[in-house]
Design a protein around this ligand. Structure first.
Ligand code: PRT
Ligand code: ZN
Length: 296
């Protein structure tokens, strides 16, 4: 496969738990994805970006080797593969706010667990041998790791292992198999990664634009636009209370001398408690509205 040297390449999961959210993030950033017949790649019509549609396990290698400049992958896969000998390192650009899960040690309901030392001498089945080993090393515990590529939750019942180390999101799979989570090895979510190989000037410029758009989407997910009215004497207190806001806009209210409108982008969640506190400080007519797009 030859890749167009004037375009950027982003490796994303072809189909699986991360594909839909990844595509939504890209669409939200204004990239129009051309769904062609090519099962391996998709072109972005309105930007110099091609998507490589691959298995998530291949993404760190593609990005590490510089075949793709960027990739979206679970932190769990990224960190597991980074511990492989000879793996080309990549840079983590940003967590993406989806694909949340945790790599956990789980035990059968009847098996006692009083911390990692309970794992000493036991067999642990997992698809994440490197991360599991690191966890054991950090705890100073010796145990045997049994590598499985899937259906790890069946290992205790099949008497392949006493414990497992697997990804958990709702916990339903563990529960259905008579297991319970007992320790956390890694908290994970989807992350954007980039190659450490140098980019050509054309690609470097495209990368700046792409990242700025993606960062814009990530920023708007948390951000809100807040508008309120306040008397002059309360302005300073109120401005200081706005969560994650820099330099609010303050405008005089027509026909109400001594009263002002305060507008600000809040880059942190705005809770009801905050609104109540603003009201107590003298604010009125408080509006909190979502932001559709933002470029800082
Ligand atoms: O085909 P390809 O290799 O690309 O996909 P895959 O089958 O290896 O991965 P996929 O699509 O299952 O998951 C992709 C990524 O999604 C993972 O690497 C994680 O970063 C993230 N993710 C988030 C999860 C889960 N949540 C998750 N619950 N990945 C897997 N699971 C599995 C888990 O292994 C267990 O079997 O779901 C089951 C547990 O779910 P609960 O909800 O019952 O706890
Ligand atoms: Zn995979």
């Amino acid at each position: 496969m030859t890749l167009d040297s004037s375009r950027l390449h982003l490796a994303i999961q072809k189909s699986g738990r991360l594909s839909q959210n990844t595509r939504e993030l890209l669409r939200g950033a204004g990239f129009r994805i051309q769904e062609g017949k090519n099962a391996l790649a998709a072109r972005v019509e309105n930007f110099g970006l091609d998507l490589l549609l691959v298995r998530d396990d291949d993404i760190p290698t593609f990005v590490g080797d510089g075949v793709c400049e960027f990739g979206v992958v679970g932190r769990n896969v990224l960190e597991e593969m980074a511990l492989d000998e000879g793996a080309a390192p990549v840079d983590l650009v940003a967590p993406l706010g989806f694909g949340q899960c945790a790599l956990k040690i789980a035990a059968p309901d009847a098996t006692a667990y009083e911390g990692p030392q309970s794992l000493a001498g036991a067999r642990i089945a997992t698809s994440y041998p490197n991360l599991t080993q690191r966890f054991l090393n950090q705890a100073g515990v010796q145990a045997e790791i049994v590598k499985m590529s899937g259906a790890v939750e069946l290992a205790p019942r099949l008497q392949i292992a006493q414990f497992i180390c697997d990804l958990v999101s709702t916990g339903a799979t563990l529960e259905a198999n008579g297991l319970r989570p007992v320790d956390t090895v890694l908290e994970s979510e989807a992350v954007l990664i980039r190659t450490r190989k140098p980019l050509s000037p054309v690609r470097a410029e495209l990368a700046v634009q792409m990242l700025s758009r993606i960062e814009g989407v990530l920023a708007t997910q948390e951000s809100k636009y807040i508008m309120l009215n306040a008397p002059e004497e309360a302005l300073e207190t109120i401005a200081a209370m706005l969560p994650g806001a820099e330099a609010p806009t303050i405008l005089p209210l027509a026909g109400r001398p001594g009263h002002f409108a305060v507008h600000a982008v809040c880059k942190e969640s705005v809770f009801w408690e905050t609104l109540q506190a603003l009201k107590n400080a003298g604010a009125s007519a408080i509006l909190v509205v979502p932001i559709a797009k933002m470029m800082m």
